[in-house]
Ligand binder design. Sequence first.
Ligand SMILES: CC(=O)N[C@@H](CCC[C@H](N)C(=O)O)C(=O)O
Length: 373
Amino acid sequence: MSRFVEIRRDLHQIPELGFEEVKTQQYLLNYLRTLPQDRMEMKIWRTGIIVKISGIKPSKTIGWRTDIDGLPIIEKTGLPFSSTHEGRMHACGHDVHMSIALGVVTHFTSNPINDDLVFIFQPAEEGPGGAEPMMASEELREWMPDEIYALHIAPEHPAGTIATKPGLLFANTSELFIDFKGKGGHAAYPHETKDMVVAASYFVTQLQSIVSRNVDPLDSAVVTIGKMTAGAVQNVIADHARLEGTIRTLSPEAMDKAKSRVQALLEGIESSFECESEIDCGSGYYQVYNDPEVTGRFIQFAKEKKDIQFVLSREAMTGEDFGFMLKEIPGMMFWLGVGSDYGLHHAMLNPDESAIDKAISFITRYFTKLGHV
Ligand SMILES: CC(=O)N[C@@H](CCC[C@H](N)C(=O)O)C(=O)O
């Protein structure tokens, strides 16, 4: 088994949520300290790390970003290296992303190129978002890349596939947290109460009209409620209900429209169910927009490589706070095929690990070409 597959398995066992990546950070630091240090410098930013490898004759800085957090999911893969953290799982492939980043760092510590390289191990991609505050940090501003790259695993493509497109790749996102408060009471006396299970349920149903009736059909949007909590016991009418979800849109205008409709529907629920509500839009991510020139160059390179299958992809409604980096730095993101029967955010996601060494080899060849120009 390759060293980086072993690393992926180690990291897979210790998933941590955004800004709690303490063991993950320590694991990464321990590994990075075993590498030749003569060209390498490191900085800590909260639970993240920034690594710089100085080039031989630098004219620019090339950046690579990996995310490092896991999800609040109970793993059901049954793998011998399953998560040892109860209720936490690397179900979005960040363990694979990190092992690939370490593989690329390892290569360039012994094979420097002309240009400087900066590797960003970024916390909290799944939420509340590490990229935006990291971009504003002094630590990263001092080593700001001139162009930047990142990947995300793609379960639907076989290992060895790279898929991307110029322009818009991932959606604009906004989290959504809504609390409903009313007068609870005995299950047998509904007329004396304001039932928050019923209010929240009507609201979830009404939300479905935003995509079907408010967003321009030629635009695209998603409104998903992923979590609904209410009540304490079977024979008490609930005085509180909470919904947690996310809005995704391809255009910033559709996001504004969707949010204003959520607000209007809430006001309707408050008046028809005589209750109060509180809305919190949590964190929002800027769309991932691939720089057309950088992406064109990347696609050309990928198409020439015999060991890579290149696929021109479509936009996806996934979100990625890497969008905040691409807003300021020209660069691009691509999908890396890992052929899994179960998709992202699924408790049975099981990426094909052969993609790890393929990706390391591809990225090191690409950066070597870029860094010598
Ligand atoms: C690639 C991926 O799956 N990213 C996440 C980002 C989540 C952002 C935020 N917590 C939200 O739900 O809006 C995704 O769910 O797309």
